[in-house]
Design a binder for this molecule. Structure first.
Ligand code: ADP
Length: 632
C-alpha cells in the first residue's frame, strides 16, 4: 500500500481546514450529507434506465456515533466510488474556483462559504483527525481511502459488502477552546440535521434511544433503540411561503447553487392551471465567475413531484435569462424524460414559457419598486438582456425593451426608454444616442453639443453591443433612434436652415476645394448645424455603418476589418477657425488643402480613430507654430 500526496492546491486548503481558522465547524455535517444525497440522486437517476442500479433497500443516509471510539459515521447506499474515483475526487480539488475560494476564506472568516467551491468533503478535517471512506459501486470491487489530512492518503482494496459509501470520521480530542465530542452527542447531531439538511429528499436516519411504556407493566417505562428519521424531507420549495425565513432561502441557494453571497432576489411561487408547478428561482447578486464565457452551464434543476429529474435543464429559460438559478418542480413532467426529448416536449415548452413570464414580471416589479436593486442587477446582467434584444433577429425585443437601461446626458444616470420617451421635448422628433468608449468621452463629443444646448436628452452608449441592439430595435414607441454622429441628425429650425443654406452658397468654392483636398478620405466637406464650440467634427453618412461600428469591426479577426464608415467632415461656421479658412482660401486657395487635412486629422483623433501618419501630423503642427510666431 503506497501513500500518495495531496495536490498542492488541495494541500493549501487542507492546511486551512486543519488549522481551522473557520469557526463555523458544524457545517461539515451538512457537506457530507449533501454529498451523500447527490450520490443517491445519481444512483436513482441511473436506475430509471438500468435496473442494475435499483436498490432493494430504500435509498437513505445513515448516521451513527460511537462514543468509545470517538467516531461519527455517515453512510449512504448511493452511487459509490471506485479507487480511481477516490483518487480523482478526494485527492484533488476539481473545482476551478478553488483558488478564489481560498482567498475568500482567508478574507472572510465567518461567512458561510465552504461547500460552494467543491471542497465540502475536506471540511470534515475541521473536526476529524483522520477520515476513512469505504465505498463500492454496482458491479465493482470495494475500495478504502484513508487519510489524516497531513501526510497524504492511501487507497486500497476494501471489504464493504453493500453498494454505497461509508465515511468514518475519527473526531479530534477536545481542547480548551473546542469540544469536538459534541459531535458524538446524538441530540446535537439531530439538531444539526434539522438546521441544515431538513429538506434533503432522502431519509437521514440514526438509531436513537427512546423511552416507551413497558409492555405488561402499568406506569413503567423502558428505553429501547429505534431507527429515527431526523429530517422532514419536505423540500424548501414545497413548504408554505410564510413558514420560510429569508435565511432558509439564502442558505439553500448558497449550498445548492455554488455562491457565497446571498442572492439578490428570490422568486418562489406555485402555479395551478394549464401547467401546474412550483418554482424557486434566484437572481444572483454577483456575476458567476464564468458567466460570460462558454464554460458557464446554464439551466434550472427539474423535479417532478419533488423528485429530482435533472440538473441544468436549459429549455426552461431563454438564453437572455440564463443568469437565473433555481429549480422547477412540476406535477406534469414525466419522471424519465430524457434530454433528447426535452426540446420536443410540449408540456415542458409550456412550463418554460410560464417560468420566463414570471422572471420577466419579477424584473419589471423590481425596476418599479426598487430601482437601486434593479440597477445593481442590471450592472451584472444587463448585457444579457441587450443580447436578448439582438438575438434571433430581434424576436424578443418587444419583451425586453422596457427592461433596458442606458446612461444619458441627464445627470449621467441610468434611464429607461420609457422615461426618455416621456420627457422628450415636444419638438423633438427622434431619440438621440451617441456612442463611445466612456461616458466622459461621449459627453465631450462635438456632435452632441447643439443637441445638449437645446436640452434634448442624449443616450450614452458605451457597450459594443449597444449599437447592434439599437439597429435591431430601430424605434421605440413610435420614435426612431437617431445616432447623433450620423449625417442626417436634424437639429435646426427653419430659420437656421435657411441661414445655413445662405452660408453654403457664399462659401461654395471654399467647401469645394476642401472637399477636393480630402476626396480620398471623406465624401464631402459641409457646413455643420450641430457644432457650437468645436471647429470641426466627423459624421457618418446615413447609408453605411457608423463611426463606432467601423472601430468595432476593425477589431474583428475576420474580413470585416475592411468595412469603413463613409465619413463627412463638418465645419463650424461660427468658429474662428472658419474665418481663418476663409482668409487663407481667399489669399491662396492651394494653402487651404493643408489646413483641411489637419482639421480632418484632428476630427479623427477626437473620434478615437488613429491617424495614418502621426509623425507627419506633429511636424505640421510644429511648422504652424513656427509660422504663427514669425507672423507675430
Ligand atoms: P463537491 O461535492 O462540491 O463536488 P466534495 O469535495 O464535497 O466536492 O466532493 C468531491 C467529490 O467526491 C464529489 O463531487 C463526489 O464525486 C465524490 N463524493 C463525495 N462524497 C461522496 C459520496 N458519499 N458518494 C459518492 N461520491 C462522493
Amino acid at each position: 500500500m503506497s501513500k500518495k500526496q495531496f495536490k498542492t492546491e488541495s494541500r493549501k486548503l487542507l492546511d486551512l481546514m486543519i488549522n481551522s481558522i473557520y469557526t463555523n465547524r458544524e457545517i461539515f455535517l451538512r457537506e457530507l450529507i449533501s454529498n451523500a444525497s447527490d450520490a443517491l440522486d445519481k444512483r436513482h437517476f441511473l436506475s430509471l434506465t438500468d435496473s442494475a442500479y435499483t436498490s432493494s433497500n430504500p435509498l437513505t443516509i445513515q448516521l451513527a456515533v460511537d462514543r468509545d471510539n470517538r467516531t461519527l459515521t455517515i453512510e449512504d447506499n448511493g452511487i459509490g466510488m471506485n479507487g480511481e474515483e477516490m483518487e480523482k475526487n478526494l485527492g484533488t480539488i476539481a473545482h476551478s474556483g478553488s483558488e478564489e475560494f481560498r482567498q475568500q476564506l482567508e478574507n472572510s472568516r465567518e461567512v458561510d462559504i465552504i461547500g460552494q467551491f467543491g471542497v465540502g468533503f475536506y471540511s470534515a478535517f475541521m473536526v476529524a483527525d483522520s477520515i476513512t471512506v469505504e465505498s463500492r459501486k454496482v458491479n465493482d470491487e470495494a475500495f478504502r481511502w484513508h487519510s489524516d489530512g497531513q501526510s497524504g492518503y492511501t487507497i486500497e482494496p476494501g471489504d464493504k459488502a453493500s453498494v454505497g459509501t461509508r465515511i468514518t470520521l475519527k473526531l479530534r480530542e477536545d481542547t480548551d477552546e473546542v469540544k469536538y465530542s459534541e459531535y458524538l452527542d446524538k441530540y446535537t447531531i439531530e439538531q444539526l440535521v434539522k438546521k441544515y439538511s431538513d429538506y434533503i429528499r432522502y431519509p437521514i436516519q440514526m438509531m436513537v434511544e427512546q423511552s416507551v411504556p413497558k409492555e405488561g407493566s402499568e406506569g413503567e417505562y423502558e428505553t429501547i433503540e429505534t431507527l429515527k428519521t431526523l429530517n422532514t424531507m419536505v423540500p424548501l420549495w414545497r413548504r408554505n411561503k410564510k413558514d420560510i425565513k429569508d435565511e432558509d432561502y439564502n442558505s439553500f441557494y448558497k449550498s445548492q447553487f455554488y455562491d457565497y453571497e446571498d442572492p439578490l432576489e428570490v422568486i418562489h411561487y406555485t402555479l395551478e392551471g394549464n401547467v401546474s408547478y412550483k418554482a424557486l428561482l434566484y437572481i444572483p447578486s454577483r456575476i458567476p465567475y464564468n458567466y460570460y464565457s462558454r464554460d458557464y452551464e446554464a439551466g434550472l434543476q427539474l423535479y417532478s413531484k419533488g423528485v429530482f429529474i435533472m440538473d441544468r435543464c436549459k429549455e426552461l429559460l431563454p438564453d437572455y435569462f440564463h443568469f437565473v438559478k433555481g429549480l422547477v418542480d412540476s406535477d406534469d413532467v414525466s419522471l424519465n424524460i430524457s434530454r433528447e426529448m426535452l426540446q420536443k416536449d410540449s408540456q415542458l415548452q409550456e412550463l418554460g414559457k410560464s417560468v420566463t413570464k414570471r422572471v420577466k414580471s419579477a424584473l419589471v416589479n423590481m425596476l418599479v419598486k426598487d430601482r437601486e436593486k434593479y440597477e445593481k442587477f442590471y450592472k451584472n446582467f444587463g448585457y444579457s438582456l441587450k443580447y436578448g434584444c439582438y438575438q434571433d433577429y430581434g424576436l424578443h425585443k418587444e419583451d425586453l425593451q422596457d427592461l433596458l437601461l442606458f446612461y444619458s446626458s441627464k445627470d449621467d444616470k441610468y434611464v429607461t426608454l420609457k422615461e426618455y420617451r416621456e420627457r422628450m421635448k415636444e419638438d423633438q422628433k427622434e431619440i438621440y444616442y451617441a456612442t463611445g468608449s466612456s461616458l466622459a468621452q461621449i459627453r465631450k463629443l462635438p456632435q452632441i453639443e447643439k443637441l445638449l444646448d437645446r436640452d434634448y436628452e442624449v443616450l450614452f452608449m458605451t457597450d459594443d453591443i449597444d449599437e447592434f441592439v439599437i439597429m435591431m430595435m430601430r424605434e421605440y414607441d413610435g420614435k426612431n433612434f437617431q445616432n447623433a454622429q450620423q449625417a442626417d441628425t436634424e437639429v435646426e429650425s427653419d430659420e437656421e436652415k435657411s441661414a445655413r443654406e445662405e452660408l453654403v452658397k457664399n462659401n461654395e468654392s471654399l467647401l469645394k476645394d476642401m472637399g477636393e483636398a480630402l476626396k480620398d478620405k471623406v465624401k464631402e466637406v459641409r457646413i455643420s448645424s450641430r457644432l457650437k464650440s468645436h471647429p470641426v467634427c466627423l459624421v457618418a453618412d446615413t447609408n453605411g455603418i457608423s463611426l463606432d461600428m467601423e472601430k468595432y469591426l476593425s477589431k474583428m479577426p475576420d474580413g470585416s476589418a475592411n468595412m469603413k464608415a463613409t465619413k463627412i467632415l463638418e465645419v463650424n461656421p461660427d468658429h474662428d477657425i472658419f474665418k481663418v479658412l476663409q482668409k487663407v482660401h481667399e489669399k491662396d486657395p492651394g494653402k487651404v488643402n493643408e489646413y483641411a487635412d489637419l482639421l480632418y486629422q484632428q476630427a479623427l483623433l477626437i473620434e478615437g480613430f488613429s491617424i495614418e501618419d502621426p509623425v507627419e501630423f506633429s511636424n505640421r503642427i510644429c511648422q504652424l507654430m513656427k509660422e504663427a510666431s514669425e507672423n507675430n
